[in-house]
Ligand binder design. Structure first.
Ligand code: 3HC
Ligand code: NAI
Length: 696
């Protein structure tokens, strides 16, 4: 294997270059190469060294693909110690992004020059660990304790100007990386500057009251997670210790996090987010053009899809039913873009240009004749959708990709309403469509591979996380949602309250509990779904009426101020309502249910068992390609905590036999609902995990 670290001299300057594409991760070969290069520098005649990286970025951190395996020597802390201990000065050039272990390498060097467009940061907490190669000790010595803790616990990327102001780097440059390094090295040679080791700088001052307040804030903002507060503790504790002891303490805390389930889950999420966009069967398949997006229906979803497209440099033509509806859609889009301007994401000039040049609203389908991709987002009714697709078929140019944003309906049936079903697929966006990262790409029976590939290319253009789904009621996400929501409803019938269920699940880490979500989305949505499914309802299916009662009382959720909870000035986020408890109690009495108590743990166990079981069915039936596709769906569309990795990663962590046992116990009460997924039974019988199906 070639050495990814090269060494050469230019006059009195040693030039050490890291070349480990794509992001120069500090793999074992890079670490060994650095030790060797600095040994040569130490032994040789060069008076100063410049360390830089080739390609698009400086080192983006430790090599994450080595995580989960035994750490190989030389370890990054010892490599950095070796660099810092050099007797002759070392200059580091930061371009692209210096992240995590990459920034720690830079901090081990004696001087730092940063290109103006570059950024630096410590994203370790996003992987459930802390900067474990001196980052929690060296960064505070340069920037001060509070700014360092902010950078480490927020994982934000710091722009060059700010890095300079904080004293993290010594100079900014507009040159190419190597030139920038040689210039600073030459200046230092003229000044006869010696090494300047961060470890020898004084420890930063500690304002205990400010630290206490910050610790409380960090803990609250990262509820359930351990990495952020542990990183803070490492930085603070280090200030009271000799530097080497502080590093030992940092390493100890790092190893605790490294061996935690949260770290494993976050690494799974990191790679899953990337892997999910790469479907093996689409390798080499060319997508069709997608520069011009047509949208039909400019309501909640159509408007959001139009905004997502506009913000990502696509041209949009939106068709509505009549002029007032088209005007309303345009006004909605204007408002969303105005919010982007307010949040500093878009300039006012750019917004004006987008509205004038990139957006057309119309009432005539002919306006879609030039669109590359047409996305239908009209009412959720098969008849309306079929009629709309008949119109699209008439006007769309040959080769245009025709998509439906349906939440539940059969994409095969919709495709059959056209003369070109191979061009049809589902593009299931999530609300608000310009914010939510998930995009389910639904492959129907006749969808052509290039059409599916165009769906993935569109997701990339819109910066979404795409997940391929097969056709079934609710695809991946909404189908699983329906099941775990039903499990929650059953627990309410049997004795838990909606409030208790939400509380238990929020404590587990969900962004919101199912009933708070229900109030946000509108109770009418669940009601309509139940009405749609009523004709095909199995007589064995257990179905509560209490939520329908709420609908009948006009308690539609947040929009009416009342739903599962009451919303008013006193409790804008909702509080339990005795009227709801009464409605539930009446139904329990009517059905003669033996009410029992549920502990919060039991609630989580049942809810997760239902989620995992349906997820396993979705994978077993091929609706999701791999377990990781389900995990990413729940993480990016349903507020599942990233630090738990997704339901199937979580299932592996707690043990599939345990999940199956929960399902079998529950099946004694309700064998219809709790039918174990054949795939889950098979994995348990074979002693395998879901991860084994991801190719991990
Ligand atoms: N290790 C291994 N592979 C990495 C990597 C890393 N640190 N960072 C990125 N990659 C891989 C990606 O998996 C991807 O591979 P693929 O093409 O096969 O899918 C490829 O590099 C390109 O990555 P992106 O698609 O993410 O490229 P972008 O240009 O969008 O982003 C980036 C580049 C900003 C560097 C982004 O990849 C990133 O944020 N990486 C993670 C950085 C990180 O978390 N570093 C900290 C590591 S932990 C650490 O350093 C511990 C230390 O304190 C001891
Ligand atoms: P909405 O009711 O807000 O908007 C629908 C729009 O379509 C209305 O503005 C209506 O005037 C327009 N429309 C109806 N028939 C039309 C026709 N023949 N030609 C042109 N325009 C027509 O509905 P929403 O919420 O935007 O939903 C749209 C679709 O997206 C549905 O299929 C829904 O299931 C799906 N969806 C909704 C999500 C949500 O959270 N609201 C999430 C994901 C998908």
């Amino acid at each position: 294997m070639t050495n990814p670290v090269s060494y050469e001299t230019q006059g009195e300057i040693a030039v050490i270059c890291i070349a480990n594409p794509p992001v120069n991760a500090a793999s074992q070969a890079v670490r060994a190469g650095l030790v060797e290069a600095f040994n040569r520098f130490d032994d040789g005649p060069a008076k100063i060294a410049v360390l830089y990286a080739a390609g698009r970025t400086f080192v983006a951190g430790a090599d994450i693909s080595e995580f989960g395996k035994p750490l190989k020597d030389p370890g990054l802390p010892s490599v950095i110690k070796h660099i810092e201990a050099q007797k002759k000065p070392v200059v580091c050039v930061i371009h692209g992004t210096a992240l995590g272990g990459g920034l720690e390498i830079a901090l081990g060097c004696h001087y730092r020059v940063m290109l103006r467009g570059a950024r630096l940061g410590m994203p370790e907490v996003l992987l459930g660990i802390l900067p474990g190669a001196g980052g929690t000790q060296r960064l505070p010595r340069l920037s001060g304790l509070l700014p360092a803790i902010d950078i480490i616990t927020s994982a934000r990327q710091v722009p060059a100007q700010e890095a300079m102001e904080l004293g993290i780097v010594d100079a900014l440059s507009d040159e190419e990386p190597l030139t920038a390094g040689l210039n600073l090295a030459t200046e230092l040679l003229v000044k006869a500057a010696g090494p300047r080791r961060v470890s020898e700088m004084p420890a930063p001052a500690v304002d205990q009251a400010a630290i206490d307040a910050l610790r409380a804030k960090v803990a609250k903002a990262n509820r359930g997670q351990i990495a952020q507060v542990t990183a803070l503790d490492s930085a603070v504790q280090g200030t009271a210790l000799p530097f080497d002891d502080a590093l030992t303490n940092e390493r100890r805390l790092f190893m605790t996090l490294y061996n935690s389930p949260q770290h494993a889950a976050l690494v799974h999420a990191f790679f899953g987010e990337r892997q999910v966009a790469q479907l093996p069967e689409l390798k080499g398949v060319q997508p069709r053009p997608l520069a011009h997006v047509g949208v039909i229906g400019g309501g909640t979803m159509g408007g959001g899809i139009a905004v997502a497209s506009l913000l990502n440099k696509l041209t949009v033509t939106l068709v509505e039913r009549d002029q007032p509806a088209a005007d309303k859609a345009r006004a909605g889009i204007e408002k969303m873009l105005a919010d982007s301007v307010k949040r500093g994401k878009l300039s006012a000039e750019k917004r004006d240009a987008l509205l004038k040049d990139a957006l057309t609203t119309a009432t005539d389908y002919e306006a879609l004749a030039k669109a590359d991709v047409i996305i239908e987002a009209v009412f959720e009714s098969m008849d309306v959708k079929k009629e709309v697709f008949g119109h699209i078929d008439r006007v769309a140019k040959p080769g245009a990709v025709l998509a439906t944003n349906t939440s539940y309906l059969d994409v095969n049936e919709i495709a059959a309403a056209t003369s070109r079903p191979a061009d049809v697929l589902g593009l299931h966006f999530f609300s608000p469509a310009h914010v939510m990262k998930l995009l389910e790409i639904v492959e129907a029976d006749k969808t052509a591979p290039e059409v599916l590939a165009t769906g993935f290319a569109l997701a990339k253009a819109l910066k979404k996380v795409p997940v391929r789904a097969g056709v079934c009621d609710g695809f991946i996400g909404n189908r699983i949602l329906k099941t775990y929501r039903t499990a929650a409803d059953h627990m309410v019938l049997d004795g838990a309250s909606p409030f208790q269920i939400d509380r238990a699940l929020v404590n587990f880490g969900l962004a919101m509990g199912p009933y708070a979500v229900g109030d946000l989305a509108g109770i009418d949505i669940g009601y309509m779904t139940r009405q749609r499914l009523l004709p095909t309802k199995d007589p064995r299916e257990r179905w509560g009426d209490w939520a329908d009662k709420l609908y009948e009382l006009g308690r539609l959720g947040r929009k009416t101020g009342r739903g599962y909870y009451i919303y008013d000035d006193q409790s804008p986020r909702g509080r339990p309502d005795p009227e709801v408890d009464e409605i539930i109690a009446e139904e329990r009495a009517r059905r003669g249910i033996n009410v029992r108590e549920f502990t919060d743990d039991e609630i989580v166990e049942r809810y997760m068992a239902a989620m995992i079981n349906e997820s396993a069915k979705v994978v077993g039936e091929g609706i999701a390609a791999r377990p990781l596709d389900v995990d990413m769906t729940l993480l990016f569309g349903y507020g599942f905590p990233r630090w738990r990795g997704g339901p199937l990663h979580y299932a592996d962590q707690i043990g599939l036999d345990k999940v199956l046992a929960t399902i079998r116990t529950a099946a004694q009460e309700d064998p219809y609902f709790w039918q174990p997924a054949p795939l889950l039974e098979q994995l348990v019988a074979e002693g395998r995990t879901f991860a084994s199906l991801n190719g991990e």
